[in-house]
Design a protein around this ligand. Structure first.
Ligand code: BDR
Ligand code: CA
Length: 312
């Protein structure tokens, strides 16, 4: 049976690769829908980008629902200096011919989850968590329908937007707090894990050799110059944060982690958006997330390349 997932996303190059990985693994995963969020760029653009990526991956009819244009409380903080003006720097894709569905993302999440059996849907969260938090606030009964939320969010160590905060949590710390407190099984990919998933030349090589239409777009994206200069992870390549989420759903054996208590700092100041992870269990507070620590990045990229090539 294929595992049903909903992807909440703000494409973004690494989001794009995550969606393509899920489409390339269509024998194992069923994308029920994609919900978009403002983040890397504004929500109109992330929605267009999600539609473009689905078309590139041969699945233009994938339901895409436009989500929130802004976080709950704070002003939106976008990331063009990393991802380029349109969010998909390096790719050259035609305008989508299919429109987003009229139903807003939050309403779609509530309706779809309410109609689903208990613990039957996995949410892959690749963006600020506003859509998911709002859905949980409006309809707390949907929590039991979610098998787990696998998310790219936070950091065990240093942040990437500020010294303390990772981007997705920094943009909407209040939403992240709501989701971490919802009592849903969570697997968390923070920067400490995802900076191990750098798309180095050697890891991209199989896709460059493949040269098909999807592989070529992915390679162009992965080789592009960042408008803002080097990644904090160094100049070995772009860190592929979000594909780790889909890779984990497909291949959990490539990852290790630990159940921990995670608290989100919501107060304004230098630590806003920080995820404090009780790695050593000092507080005695019950764990609310499985926090990923290590991954076999070479194997992950090898499997990812094979999946992407099925779309060529
Ligand atoms: C996260 O922020 C976004 O820019 C990326 O797509 C990823 O989800 C990394 O901090
Ligand atoms: Ca993202």
């Amino acid at each position: 049976m294929r595992r049903p997932i909903i992807i909440d996303t703000d494409p973004g190059p690494d989001d794009a690769l995550a969606i393509l990985l899920a489409l390339g693994a269509a024998d194992r995963l069923e994308i029920r829908g994609i919900t978009t969020m403002a983040g890397n760029v504004g929500v109109d653009q992330t929605t267009v980008n999600a539609l473009k990526i689905c078309a590139l991956g041969g699945a233009p009819q994938t339901p895409v629902h436009r989500g929130c244009p802004r976080p709950l409380m704070r002003a939106l903080h976008t990331a063009e200096f990393i991802v380029g003006e349109d969010g998909l720097g390096g790719m050259d894709l035609p305008e989508p011919t299919v429109a987003a569905r009229p139903q807003p993302a939050v309403a779609y999440l509530v309706e779809t989850l309410r109609a689903a059996p208990d613990r039957s849907l996995t949410l892959c969260a690749l963006a600020p968590l506003t859509n998911i938090a709002l859905a949980l606030v409006i309809a707390p009964d949907i929590a039991r329908k979610i098998d787990s939320i696998v998310m790219m969010a936070g950091a065990r160590d240093l942040g990437n937007v500020t010294a303390a905060a990772e981007y997705n949590v920094f943009v909407d710390p209040h939403a992240a707090h709501i989701v971490f407190e919802a009592g849903i099984p969570i697997t968390m990919f923070g920067l400490n894990a995802t900076y191990q998933a750098v798309a180095t030349g050697a890891r991209i090589e199989p896709l460059a050799r493949a040269g098909g239409k999807v592989s070529a777009q992915v390679v162009a994206m992965l080789r592009r110059e960042r408008p803002g200069g080097k990644s904090l992870g160094g100049d070995g390549g772009h860190p592929m944060h979000d594909p780790c989420v889909i890779a984990y759903v497909l291949w959990p054996e490539l990852f290790t982690g630990r159940d921990c208590r995670v608290d989100v700092a919501v107060d304004e100041g230098p630590t806003v958006g920080r995820t404090t992870i009780d790695w050593w269990g000092r507080s005695g507070a019950p764990a609310n997330a499985h926090v990923i620590d290590t991954l076999d990045a070479d194997e992950m990229f090898a499997r990812l390349a094979a999946a992407i090539q099925t779309l060529d």
